[in-house]
Design a protein around this ligand. Structure first.
Ligand code: P5A
Length: 440
């Protein structure tokens, strides 16, 4: 992408409304635009990152055996009356009436709707286990939307729902999602720790939140520092091996790790002094096992091997891609701006043409740009006529992880500079060597 033809409305000044660094940087880097309290437009750079996050989430869901669907944002109130949650959900639910005065709502979550889909089609245990997910916008009329997309009112969620014939297989489904979350966050370049958590309005008896530790996090957490050292399973992990998956979960849940709502002083006092970590965390994922809470009142049953009808066991599994974009920045930035992990960077390589209009600089910059683009690399080429200093500042602000600097003095020696965002030092390479570094 040539910056002169792109749309990144960077802000020079720090926006006053932004209280935390990720919100400030997302506004300054022209990633998002607030349209109303807690409601945002995603501008090109923000959308690129959001899509990369969603794609990784999607790949890891698919790998763990979940199947993608797409449910609507608008739901009928009748479904929620069936589960009994219509009244319980209170003011957080945005309620709407259509022209026929039918009660509708903007979905805050989809347990009811997916249960309706399930009960309409699935009649036999032979079709289980089943895990359906979608990546769709949600609306929750939060009392205090704040910190930009970190706590929005409209936000993107990946929500998966598992259906199983009995408690044991339902727990196995929960464990598969647990492990796929470890892998997802690892690929996103963040350390998210699973912690025992409260279930709130979703319900159930077993629940873990995945939290990224950060001072600006909204949750207080207590955890044994040993949990930080555990290895994350690699992509060869076999999701069909229930025992192996349960073993990984056992290792990760053997240490004390809880959010404040479930904190237990007595158990905490058993953790040795030098291992006790009291910190704050950003909740980026939350998984629930709630058995028959929705399937019972909504009549989601299948015929079992015994010929009898069984109410299915369910769990639900959420990740917030829009919140994750902010959380990744919270965990990875410096004074100059964002430092994207390679896996979610909007562009892998940035080219800074220090002197647009200089024949040599223009020619070599374009040549590098064309070669990298042809190799399938996403390149942002700053071909504008801004000062070099301001171009450097923009590249750093938006966090492009690899930068190639093309200047007249370097070119006299047949060299360009290659540097990595967030790291000291730079390499002087010939333009061809610079191209090769990224294409071979
Ligand atoms: C699990 C999937 C649920 O809603 N039902 C379907 C369950 N869980 S949850 O914990 O309430 O939300 C799941 C994840 O969504 C993100 N999230 C938010 N992101 C931005 N702004 C918000 N206001 C917001 N609320 C929830 C979080 O990542 C959360 O873990």
């Amino acid at each position: 992408m040539r910056l002169s033809r792109y749309f990144i409305p960077v802000l020079k000044e720090n926006p006053k409304e932004a209280e935390i660094v990720s919100h400030r940087l997302m506004l300054r880097a022209g990633m998002i635009r607030q349209q109303a309290a807690g409601i945002y437009s995603w501008l090109p750079l923000g959308l690129k990152v959001l899509n990369k996050v969603s794609d990784i989430v999607r790949e890891e869901q698919n790998r763990a055996g979940a199947i993608e669907i797409l449910m609507p944002t608008i739901q009928s109130a009748d479904l929620w009356r069936e589960s009994g949650r219509y009244d319980d959900y209170g003011k957080e639910m945005l309620r709407i009436q259509d022209r026929h005065e039918r009660d509708m709502l903007f979905g805050p979550t989809n347990e009811e709707m997916v249960t309706e889909i399930f009960r309409s089609y699935v009649k036999s245990y032979k079709d289980l286990p089943l895990n359906l997910y979608h990546i769709q916008w949600k609306f929750r009329d939060e009392v205090r939307p704040r910190f930009g997309v970190m706590r929005g009112r409209e936000f993107l969620m990946k929500d998966a729902y598992s259906f199983d014939i009995d408690e044991e297989s339902s727990r196995a489904a929960y464990y598969r999602m647990f492990v796929s979350y470890l892998r997802t966050f690892d690929r996103l370049g963040v350390k998210a720790i699973p912690m025992r958590a409260d279930t709130g309005p979703i319900g159930g008896d077993l629940s873990h939140e995945f939290l990224i530790l950060a001072d600006t996090g909204e949750s207080a957490v207590f955890c044994n520092s040993d949990v930080m050292k555990l290895p994350v399973p690699d992509e060869s992990v076999d999701y069909d091996n229930d025992e192996l998956i349960a073993g990984i979960v056992k290792d990760w849940t053997a240490h004390y790790a809880r959010t404040d709502e479930l904190h237990d002083e007595e158990l905490w006092s058993e953790v040795s002094d030098n291992q006790r970590m009291e910190a704050r965390g950003i909740e980026v994922g939350h998984i629930f096992h709630f058995g028959t809470k929705y399937s019972e009142p909504m009549g989601a049953k299948v015929a079992g091997p015994d010929g009898k009808e069984h109410v299915v066991q369910m769990g639900s599994y959420g990740i917030g891609p829009s919140r994750l974009v902010a959380a990744i920045i919270e965990a990875s930035h410096d004074d100059n701006g964002i430092i994207w992990p390679e896996s979610v960077a909007p562009f892998q390589v940035g080219i800074v043409n220090m002197k647009t209009g200089d024949e040599g600089c223009d020619r070599e910059s374009s040549r590098i740009y064309d070669a990298l683009t042809a190799a399938g690399i996403e390149v942002l080429y700053d071909d504008t006529d801004q000062r070099a200093g301001s171009k450097f500042a923009t590249m750093d602000l938006i966090g492009v992880p690899n930068q190639i600097v093309v200047g007249p003095r370097g070119l006299e020696k047949g060299e360009v500079e290659v540097k990595r965002r967030g790291q000291e030092g730079r390499d002087n390479l010939s333009p061809d060597e610079a191209i090769n570094r990224f294409t071979t």
